[in-house]
Design a protein around this ligand. Structure first.
Ligand SMILES: Nc1ncnc2c1ncn2[C@@H]1O[C@H](COP(=O)(O)OP(=O)(O)OP(=O)(O)O)[C@@H](O)[C@H]1O
Ligand SMILES: [Mg+2]
Length: 432
């Protein structure tokens, strides 16, 4: 049954579901030609994930339900379907290459599809799924750097693609959680790709940029050059590690460490005023005075470790090519005071904090709280899921889709398997 939007909005309602390690959020937008208007955000604390992967289905389902319910209440609609983000250490990205001959004198969309199919014929272990096959560059009769070869004259079309795979079990558990929470998954999107859609500008993607989404449990990286995705990586290190370090260093409970980090935390000692002191409550409720500089001394080595890991990913992705022009930090932990400055000094690249961009500010709710909520790096993935998935195209309405979600996703995967390897996808389905 198709439910009509009771508010009679003209555009399609699209919902991005960010299943994060610290919070699960559902972002709803009204999407019409060239315009994305955020109409609601529902959020719930997340306790069922570790390092970006579901480890407790029950609590994850409860958090998804709550986030969806909050978004429904704010938007005044019933949400049936979502675009969901995926991350975690199980995600792997690699390059592949394919080539085909052009039958006519002009490249047709079917030739592009055949070239991408040929690049996708790679060995993928049975316990892994292909999540994305993203063309990064086309080469026509030796001429490289082509973004869209359709309509061009040539006889040999080559393509370089970036393939992203994830562990079948992690993908399935995420899908099952959504299904049990009563929402259908239209598509799964790698979280850093979604965050990049919200926080990177087209100019940055062209000149070369690394999107670094520092969340609670993971740091997700997407590297762009010449307007195309070149490299993706997920590091099992995030803001929760800063909190744990403070908790251990000051011998205080995690909740107090989290409060202290957000209010007084800083990544470099030079940011902290030596005279500045704050009250810290121990497990026994005893309050003592601590210098802010001491907090920076505790966190700085962890921030340097994270910077080094990001730097290595950037170096490994660029190979012999010239470096990137900038690094854009997003995700909640990017708000740690001085982290951008520390990374800029240690990486030798310009670093900025990226907020969700490319959305209309005319929200259904005009409350200052709602406005400031969207304008926060924590919501880059949620907003980016919508921007990446719609990308100016017509997409299904979030409140008008029916059917068995897991079957839908597996039908898509079976189709890939059939196309790529000529194998019956039922073998894959049987393992679910
Ligand atoms: N003002 C702040 N200063 C420092 N850290 C902050 C601040 N606000 C939020 N954080 C940290 O950001 C992290 C949460 O970020 P985010 O909401 O992007 O994570 P997530 O999407 O739930 O997790 P993940 O992407 O790792 O699965 C937490 O570690 C939190 O402590
Ligand atoms: Mg996140």
């Amino acid at each position: 049954m198709r439910i009509r939007d009771p508010l009679g909005r003209k555009g399609n309602i699209v919902v991005g579901l960010d299943v994060g390690t610290t919070k699960i959020c559902a972002v709803a937008a009204e999407v019409s030609t060239g315009k994305t208007d955020i109409i609601a955000i529902g959020s719930a604390p997340s306790t069922g994930l570790r390092k970006g992967v579901v480890i407790n289905m029950e609590s994850t389902v409860d958090s998804i339900k709550k986030a969806i319910k909050d978004a429904e209440a704010m938007a005044g609609i019933e949400i049936r379907s979502v675009y969901v983000g995926i991350a975690g250490g199980h995600i792997k990205g690699f390059e592949s290459y394919g080539a085909v001959g052009i039958k006519g004198k002009e490249v047709k969309p079917q030739d592009v599809e055949r070239a991408i199919d040929s690049a996708s014929v790679v060995y993928v272990p049975l316990d892994r799924e292909v999540l994305h096959v993203i063309p990064t560059e086309f080469i026509l009769d030796g001429q490289d750097g082509i973004k869209d070869p359709v309509g061009m004259a040539g006889v040999r079309l080559e393509v370089k693609v970036h393939i992203v795979t994830g562990a079948v079990s992690s993908v399935q558990n995420l899908l099952k959680c959504c299904e049990r929470a009563g929402v259908e998954v239209i598509d799964i999107v790698l979280e850093p790709i979604a965050s990049a859609a919200a926080a990177l500008t087209e100019d940055e993607k062209d000149r070369g940029a690394a999107l670094v989404d520092i969340g609670g449990g993971t740091t997700d990286i997407a590297i762009y050059k010449d307007g195309s995705l070149r490299h993706t990586a997920v590091l099992a290190l995030g803001g929760n590690h800063f909190t744990n370090d403070i908790g251990i260093g000051l011998r205080i409970p995690v909740q107090e460490a989290e409060r202290i980090k957000k209010k007084y935390g800083c990544a470099i000692t030079s940011v902290a005023d030596e005279a500045e002191e704050m009250d810290v409550a121990g497990a026994d409720k005893q309050v003592r005075k601590i210098q802010r500089r001491y907090i920076a001394e505790i966190i700085q080595p962890r921030c340097e470790e994270l910077t080094e890991l990001i730097k290595r990913e950037i170096e490994s992705s660029s190979g012999l090519e010239p470096g990137l022009s900038c690094v854009v930090l997003t995700g909640g932990a990017s708000l740690l005071a001085g982290l951008d400055r520390l990374m800029e000094a240690n990486m030798g690249l310009s670093v900025r904090i990226g907020m969700p961009e490319g959305i209309e500010s005319s929200c259904a709710s005009n409350s200052p709280l709602f406005q400031s909520n969207v304008n926060n790096p924590m919501y880059s993935t949620g907003v980016g899921l919508i921007l990446h998935s719609t990308d100016g195209e017509t997409v299904p309405n979030a409140f008008g889709i029916n059917g068995d979600m897991v079957n839908g996703i597996f039908d898509r995967m079976k189709e890939w398997v059939r196309n790529l390897f000529g194998v019956n996808g039922n073998e894959l389905r049987g393992k679910s």
